[in-house]
Design a protein around this ligand. Structure first.
Ligand SMILES: C[S@@+](CC[C@H](N)C(=O)[O-])C[C@H]1O[C@@H](n2cnc3c(N)ncnc32)[C@H](O)[C@@H]1O
Length: 270
């Protein structure tokens, strides 16, 4: 593969971390913890780990002590992850790698769990096939969280909601370096492939529910949605500008809420 790795801003990842933490499925984490019982220790590799948000959430919820390896294409994000080691983590390693072409079995094989948070919707069906094949070959469980599923609701309802949603969904299918992204279809596709490979699969909703106390996150989210809608459908640029302007006013007035649909997935080797 050529071209740079799609970049993500550390401030954006920090801004979303509390909403991610509130949304992740406790039930699936509990199932993973039960599956890991009896081991002397646990080894977890987080793909596209960013600043380590998934580790900070999961590590203190697991009974056994863990070794984590955080893998990302951006070493500036990984540097932030190294600043603090959360409770439950006995060893923390980071590894800079471009996951587009990486031999995934070599990246996480030999460990117990592979994790990916807010990554699955960026990748293609071919990449998910490679992930499932690597998990099956190495007997690794997959904990794949916070993948967008398209079930978004904006309040108050405004003219432009429907068109902006459609244009945003089109942008989500853009190639982010892994081939055409599956976007909202990623979780159902991955669930099907893991089941076909003999894994026991559980899914659970992990929506963001953002209200007036999440104004900064709502604003950034809205800017991202509007920019993506404009890029995907420039002919309706004025509509999206007006839509974003009205919604920003509603956020400023403390009247705006948004639900962004996500789904978590846990796949356990059979
Ligand atoms: C949406 S962010 C999620 C970060 C983190 N998992 C979280 O939940 O906060 C996607 C992450 O994938 C990484 N990424 C994107 N493309 C990549 C690639 N080709 N190779 C390695 N990492 C990549 C980005 O650097 C970024 O940290």
């Amino acid at each position: 593969m050529t071209g740079p790795v799609e970049s993500f801003d550390a401030d954006w990842l920090s801004l979303r971390e509390p909403a991610d933490a509130a949304a992740r499925s406790r039930h699936l984490a509990h199932m993973l913890d039960a599956w890991l019982a009896g081991r002397s220790g646990v080894s977890i590799t987080d793909l596209g780990a960013g600043t380590g948000s998934a580790m900070r959430w999961l590590a203190p919820r697991l009974t056994l002590s863990q070794q984590w390896c955080l893998v990302d294409g951006d070493d500036r994000l990984l540097n932030r992850a190294r600043l603090a080691v959360p409770a439950g983590v006995s060893a923390l390693d980071t590894h800079v790698a471009d996951l587009r072409d990486a031999d995934l079995a070599a990246v996480f094989g030999g460990g117990d769990v592979v994790s990916a948070s807010a990554l699955l919707d960026l990748v293609s069906s071919a990449w998910i096939n490679r992930l499932v094949a690597a998990c099956a070959e190495t007997g690794t469980a997959a904990w794949l969280t916070l993948s967008v599923d398209g079930a978004d609701t904006w309040f108050p309802p405004l003219r432009g909601d429907w068109a902006a949603g459609r244009a945003f969904a089109r942008d989500q299918g853009r190639d982010k370096g892994f081939g055409p992204s599956l976007g909202a279809k990623a979780v159902s596709y991955a669930a099907k492939r893991f089941r076909a490979a003999g894994f026991k699969v559980g899914t659970a909703k992990s929506d963001w529910n953002l209200g007036p106390d999440s104004g900064a996150l709502q604003r950034e989210l809205l800017r991202g949605h509007a920019a993506a809608a404009m890029a995907a459908d420039p002919a309706r640029g004025r509509l999206y500008e007006t839509w974003a302007h009205r919604r920003l006013k509603a956020i400023g007035a403390g009247r705006a809420r948004v639900r962004i649909g996500h789904t978590d997935l846990l796949a356990l080797p059979g």
